[in-house]
Design a protein around this ligand. Sequence first.
Ligand SMILES: Cc1ncc(COP(=O)(O)O)c(C=O)c1O
Length: 380
Amino acid sequence: MPVQPPPAAIGMAVADVDTPALLVDRPAFERNLRRMADFAAGAGMRLRPHAKMHKCPAVARRQIDLGAVGQCCQKLGEAEAMVAGSIADVLVTNEIVGAAKIARLADLAGRAQVGVCVDDAGNAADISAAAVTAGTALDVYVEIDVGGGRCGTDPGKPGADLAARVADLPGLRFAGLQAYHGSAQHICPFDARRAAIEAAGEKVAATLEALDRAGLACPLVTGAGTGSYAFETASGLWDELQCGSYAFMDVDYRKVHDATGAIDATFENALFVLVTVMSRNKPGRAVVDAGHKALGNDQGMPAVAAEPGSGFEGATYAGPSDEHGTLMLATDNWMPPLGAKVRLIPGHVDPTVNLYDWFVVVEDGIVVDLWEITARGAFR
Ligand SMILES: Cc1ncc(COP(=O)(O)O)c(C=O)c1O
């Protein structure tokens, strides 16, 4: 697969990194990983972080080193990249539809422990047939709609009925329930976010009761994200956490409130886009080399992470076009030198990472590692 050469070399000063580049602040990244791993271990929860955010086997391996049971993937291509990167246990938290994809899925199950979600009996039968043909076995999770209104059967009896069908199909093991409430993650007020997960918990409980009535054991309930994991854990209904963004964070996640009403500061910004001032001809403005093609702006603009004394303090990022962005400086009386570099905090981490081939890992102003983002663009 063609990739761009890395924008940096190990040992280089960050100031010399070519831009735009994705920087991982290694100490902050490590602290984030340990905070989540410690939380999960302390609460007796399994942690299966989501690779849709980082798309990088090196990140996955570090999470597994710290106790994660494997990885979640949103797309089959991501799962294939993870398995190629030596990740032995992947759960595709999504429905896989279509003969060619299902054949790839069944084949992948011959190279790793593979789980997949279903919300349709016909789809489960197709996966079963492909697994039998491939001579493999898959863990199948019945996805229930716990409030997000996206994929998933209705909770209660419909979920249990589908689980019974799955349990009867050759090549499939009914592995549990997928119960992820995506639209709850970014509800800023703490109480409203908690209420959304409590409502999701009622749907999980109704499905567990229906499974029980049908005499089917539910091995596992999996779900949760960075905004909600504490609530799923407190409910006692979920067994496994699928959080992804906590490892890097972004502007959007730093709007979510904790129980005191303050911005939740549990996790730190550990990912930055390094950009260069490429033109400055108007007072109070500087043009940088990163626009929509270098930043995921779907949830809002990036923030400027100015080094103290850099002159960029108080600047904001605005008006991106494809390959340009404008820094609105805090003063008209200072112009940055051409070639000055500044870090941006991505507005939304997942689509930003998906634009890059490399993480440039930095510590104390020096490049200490380069991690290839091998699942970048793997959306099939
Ligand atoms: C199914 C599923 N699980 C977990 C996550 C991780 O969520 P977050 O990145 O908010 O932690 C996502 C994110 O979209 C998801 O779709």
